[in-house]
Structure formats: C-alpha cells, structure tokens
Write a protein of this length. Structure first.
Length: 298
C-alpha cells in the first residue's frame, strides 16, 4: 500500500525509521521503508543507519557516488513497489502517533498528493541557530488554512504523500544544479500539470536546524538556483516571491538603489542575522542585495 522513501546524507535516520516503522506496523497494512544514503562521509551515521536493515520491510543502502537531492528522490520512487509514496526528509520526526493513520484517511481516488505540514520544536535553540528557527516558524510552519490559500507555494517536500503514477509524470528535475529550490521547482511543475495538492494537519517536526551562518550560505545557494530557473525559463519569476519583487524593482529602475548598500551596512545586517535577535526583514534585504549582485554578474 505505502512505500516510505527517505533520502539521507551524513545524518542518523534510524530513530525516524524506527518510529515510522512502529506506526506503520500498528496500522496492519502492506508497507516498505526504503532509505538511500547519498554517499555519506560520516561513518558513524552510516553504522547507526545500518541497523535499519534488521527491521522487517525496511532497507538502507549507501550509494557509491553522490547523485544529488533530485536524482536520489527519483531513484527512491523508481525503487518503490507500492502505489503510494510517502516522502520524508532525514531530519524530520512525526509529532503524533496518528501520523500514518491521518494519511491513510485521505488515500482515495479523489486525491493525488497530500501535504501534512511542518513544525519546529517550541523551545528556542542555541543562539547560533536562531535565524533558521525564526525563519522556519514564521515562513514555513503554516497552519492548514494558510497553506491551502496558496497550495503550491506553501508546499514543501519534506513530508508528503503522492500517488506513484502522478509522481512519474512530474518527478524532480535532474538537470538543474544541486543547489536548492528543487522543491520549489517540483511544486511549480505540479501547478503547471494542474495536480491539486490537499493540505492537511499532519505535521512533522523539523529537527535539523543548521547554524545561522550555514543557513545564510544555503540561502545564497537558493538565490543562485532561483536565478538559474529564471534564466533557463524553468519557472515563472512571479512564482518565487523574491524574484517577483526583484522584477518589479528592475521595472521601475530601483534595483540599483537596493544594490548600493554600503559595506558597513551589510556588515551590520550580517551581525544582526548571526546574533540573538535576527530580523527577517533584514534577512529579506540581505537576500535581495545578493540576488541583484548575482543577476548583474550573470
């Protein structure tokens, strides 16, 4: 009935697999859990993850070479034997014991893809991780009503159930650089294919909160990916909020002003973002500045 698909890289997923395995077994349905490791370099996580192979209907395999986030998800889907695919990121954990049951309620001919949502643990993390935590809580951890208003833009690929036949028609684009935003392009392709997304209240906790410094680095990668999509006409610029805003600025010739931030101001913004009270408005300005620089140098 369900193939649970978990890609991982340098992350211990055995606790996640144990939990999901327990919830699946309780429902007394046919299932499999397939875990593919994208050529991890952390032997400790590999050793712990090897325990997955001792569980019934579960497997863990380490790839010989790193193939990237898009290809590994497509490979997982190709390997799956059941009609429904439940994609989970390595760094998530179901919040409620009804997690599988809640998805099973919506398996029918009426729905092709179901997104359960995401939450962050309420307790604040270390000060060095606050930017990611604030961003996640305010921009990603949306309730069902808010997500349903913009069903494609608010869709994330870390916790969703999809009919295998539908996934095969869309898939993740393997030709794009292995940067970020592959989930954004995937949701855009779903929109273009007119595949409706059902949003339900069935979230997972996102546990893998990176440092603010690392999150800034990944955010710049996301900008490069978004710009690549626009330049190669893979996506409507209006679909990604920061691209749409940049487009408006260029139209009224205000992009130069946004790109002329003094270095002292930029350093001040970076100190704020890496500090104990990061401002998401400054984060948006920081990203816009770097997007304009990337666009000019393209």
């Amino acid at each position: 009935m369900i193939s649970v698909l978990i890609p991982t890289y340098n992350y211990t997923i055995f606790p996640l697999v144990q939990k999901v395995h327990q919830l699946l077994a309780a429902e007394k349905i046919d299932f499999e859990i397939i875990c593919l490791d994208d050529a991890s370099t952390n032997q400790s996580s590999i050793d712990e993850n090897e325990e997955i192979n001792a569980l019934d209907h579960a497997s863990y395999q380490v790839l010989k070479v790193n193939i990237g986030r898009s290809r590994i998800r497509n490979l997982l889907a190709d390997t799956a034997k059941f009609d429904w695919l439940l994609f989970l990121d390595a760094d998530v954990m179901p919040i409620k014991d009804e997690f599988i049951k809640n998805y099973l309620k919506f398996i029918s001919n009426e729905h092709d893809i179901i997104y359960g949502g995401i939450k962050y643990i309420p307790n604040k993390p270390d000060a060095a991780q606050l930017l990611r935590w604030h961003y996640g809580n305010l921009r990603e951890a949306l309730d069902t009503e808010k997500r349903s208003r913009k069903p494609y833009v608010s869709f994330l690929t870390l916790n969703f159930l999809i009919r295998k036949s539908v996934f095969k028609k869309v898939k993740f684009n393997e030709d794009i650089p292995n940067l970020r935003h592959e989930d954004t392009l995937f949701s855009y392709q779903l929109q273009q294919a007119e595949v409706p997304i059902l949003h339900i209240n069935n979230p997972v906790y996102h546990l893998g909160i990176e440092s603010s410094k690392e999150f800034l680095r990944k955010s710049l990668d996301s900008l490069k990916a978004a710009l690549y999509f626009k330049q190669h006409k893979l996506i409507d610029p209006d679909y990604i909020k920061i691209l749409a805003f940049h487009k408006k600025l260029k139209k009224i010739k205000l992009d130069r002003a946004a790109a002329s931030l003094p270095k002292s101001t930029l350093r001040h913004i970076e100190r704020n973002l890496l500090g104990p009270k990061p401002s998401l408005r400054l984060f948006d300005l920081y990203r816009l500045y770097h997007l304009i620089q990337l666009d000019r140098n393209a």
